[in-house]
Design a protein around this ligand. Structure first.
Ligand code: FES
Length: 581
């Protein structure tokens, strides 16, 4: 039950500017709504609640959304609202190219403008597949009307020929390495993939989707614990209709994102991210989301939490289990209870209550899945922020998913000038590479690639795979899938395309990674780097026009969240005066 009181009257609702307008403007909205078969009783005098749905036939993670929309609508009707479904870009991670990060920003713009331009008093946001969570919440934060997030939930655990607990991404990357090393045939490898994707829902590891929906939950934007529910569990349907009921009350309470997402709640999310050993993508997304609310959040906040909060979530790719196990072990609420000393429990959520109230009765039922502080999966945070002369503005490493022997490593660079160069040469038998080499990928950043695709887990060269090598130090300005693993230093900032030091690395240069001391250095004298810098020229732009050009010309670097500069800045955007139309 909400602890908030109703502060809004019918006359205060945005939708009344459309439906309540005098004369022809209001009459026009009324008879056009009846054109759709609704009666006056259906919509007059009620809050209008949008359902922003990222379903499409090319988002395999959201295939259950048509049914969930009906469940959300049921809740909205029951609570006295008028539900209207509005489709939005689905950003299916599997299909969208060249990079879903580019379209995160487009979804954020679309969400904000859908909310602004229509007669909506509040909205239910439906997403889950990687970029949809930050995209929807960034747009909603900028618009700042009441919203509640309905996360898609994870797919079922993978099974294949007696092997259980197969994780989307994490297990398939390993199967791919075995296939490339000649340890399995193509038919087996393909069938294995099918065994890892068995139902609607998002990737079942602690990849980007599970991380971002969990962090939306920590931020207070979902019903408490909603992010842990598997997509096809009956409680997921119940959560959807509960969200529909709750959003109507949130409208009357004027419970907006800016009253829920504060700097303290973002610091809670950062702490939870460490305990989850969440996706490296989360750094970019959380910073972008916070900046939409004009809140301070930067890599220093992640570095501080990384030193304090242990990994307690034993999920792939850093651990053993999957999201189904996590839910039945107690889910996110149980995990948060185990790290409550690192959280501000007074932060508010969509219920109107506090985080403390949301987790006070949470229990852990499987303490190997959700570990106590006394028995962590990893003694410090899963993610480490790294700086040095190769990454002056920072980089990130998922150390809990890296090989421990490589966390302090010095080796000679093997440089690929872009992704095509890497694809062309990585399996060349003549490539001069050993297990001690450091693989470097340039031109894979926000502007360079463009959109820093998830290329950061560079494949191990085939000839090393055949020798049994399964991890190497890899460095790039790209991102990596949250389901990936290995000693991959990512998001090197500034990126090589804008002249960052990564652009200056040449074959044979020694690179020193010291994850213990959070440093990454190119061991080349400064006068030599100056000489190279003077000779360096940027490659030509990818786009001459269109959204790609808009993105490339305005995208911020990874440490600033890769938002578009004109969306990240503060400033007034007038709400339309629809009564005059
Ligand atoms: Fe959609 Fe992984 S592909 S969540």
């Amino acid at each position: 039950m909400s602890q908030n009181s109703r502060t809004m009257t019918l006359a205060d609702l945005r939708s009344q500017r459309w439906f309540g307008a005098e004369g022809q403007p209001g009459n026009h909205k009324s008879y056009r709504t009846k054109q759709m078969g609704y009666t006056s009783e259906d919509f007059q005098g009620k809050p209008v609640v949008g359902i922003i749905n990222t379903w499409s036939d090319l988002n395999s993670c959201h295939t259950h959304f048509p049914q969930r929309v009906e469940e959300v609508k049921r809740g909205i009707w029951q609570a006295g609202g008028f539900p209207v479904e509005l489709p939005a870009l689905s950003v299916g991670e599997t299909y969208v190219r060249p990079s879903t990060l580019i379209y995160r920003n487009l979804l954020a713009m679309e969400t904000e403008e859908i909310l602004r331009s229509h007669p909506l008093d509040g909205a239910v946001l439906m997403g889950g597949c990687d970029k949809t969570t930050p995209g929807l919440l960034m747009g909603a934060a900028s618009m700042d009307i009441p919203v509640i997030y309905v996360p898609a939930g994870s797919m079922l655990s993978g099974h294949f020929r007696g092997q259980r607990n197969l994780g989307t991404g994490s297990s398939t990357w390993k199967a791919l390495a075995d296939f490339r090393a000649g340890k399995s045939d193509e038919q087996t490898w393909r069938a294995f993939g099918e065994g890892t994707a068995r139902s609607p829902g998002t990737c079942n590891t602690m990849g980007t989707a599970s991380t971002m929906t969990a962090l939306a939950d920590v931020l207070g934007m979902t019903l408490p614990g909603a992010s842990s529910i598997p997509a096809v569990d009956s409680t997921h349907s119940q959560m959807a209709s509960n969200a529909g009921r709750r959003i109507v009350e949130m409208v009357w309470e004027d419970l907006k994102p800016s009253r829920i997402m504060t700097r303290s709640s973002f610091l809670n999310a950062v702490a939870a991210d460490m305990a989850l050993s969440g996706s490296t993508n989360s750094l970019i997304h959380l910073i972008a989301m916070a900046r939409r609310l004009d809140l301070e959040l930067d890599l220093n906040d992640f570095a501080a939490a990384s030193g304090k909060v242990p990994v307690l979530c034993n999920l792939q790719p850093s651990g053993q289990y999957l999201m189904e196990d996590f839910y039945y072990a107690g889910g996110l609420r149980a995990l948060l209870r185990n790290i409550d000393q690192h959280l501000d429990l007074s932060c508010r959520n969509v219920t109107g209550g506090t985080l403390g109230e949301a987790i006070v009765d949470a229990e852990t039922y499987e303490d190997d899945v959700i570990r106590p502080v006394s028995n962590p999966v990893y003694p410090s945070g899963g993610l480490v922020v790294i700086r040095g002369n190769l990454a002056p503005r920072g980089a990130v490493l998922k150390r809990a998913a890296a090989h421990a022997d490589l966390l302090q490593h010095t080796g000679p660079a093997v440089v690929f000038v872009n992704f095509k160069d890497m694809l062309a040469r990585i399996d060349d038998p003549d490539l001069e590479v050993t297990k001690d080499s450091v693989l470097v990928l340039q031109d894979a950043g926000p502007v360079g690639a463009p959109g820093m695709p998830e290329w950061g887990m560079l494949p191990i060269p085939k000839k090393l795979l055949e020798q049994g090598v399964r991890d190497m130090v890899r460095i790039s300005d790209a991102r990596m899938s949250g389901t990936s693993y290995g000693t991959c230093v990512l998001h090197v900032c500034p990126e090589s395309r804008v002249g960052g030091p990564l652009a200056l690395v040449q074959n044979g240069d020694l690179i020193r990674l010291d994850a213990t001391n959070s440093t990454l250095d190119l061991l080349v004298p400064e006068d030599e780097l100056s000489r190279r810098r003077a000779l360096w020229t940027p490659p030509p732009p990818h786009y001459g026009r269109g959204y790609g050009a808009l993105f490339s010309e305005h995208v911020l670097q990874a440490d600033d969240g890769c938002d578009l500069d004109f969306l990240a800045r503060t400033g007034n955007t007038p709400d339309p005066e629809a009564r005059f139309s």
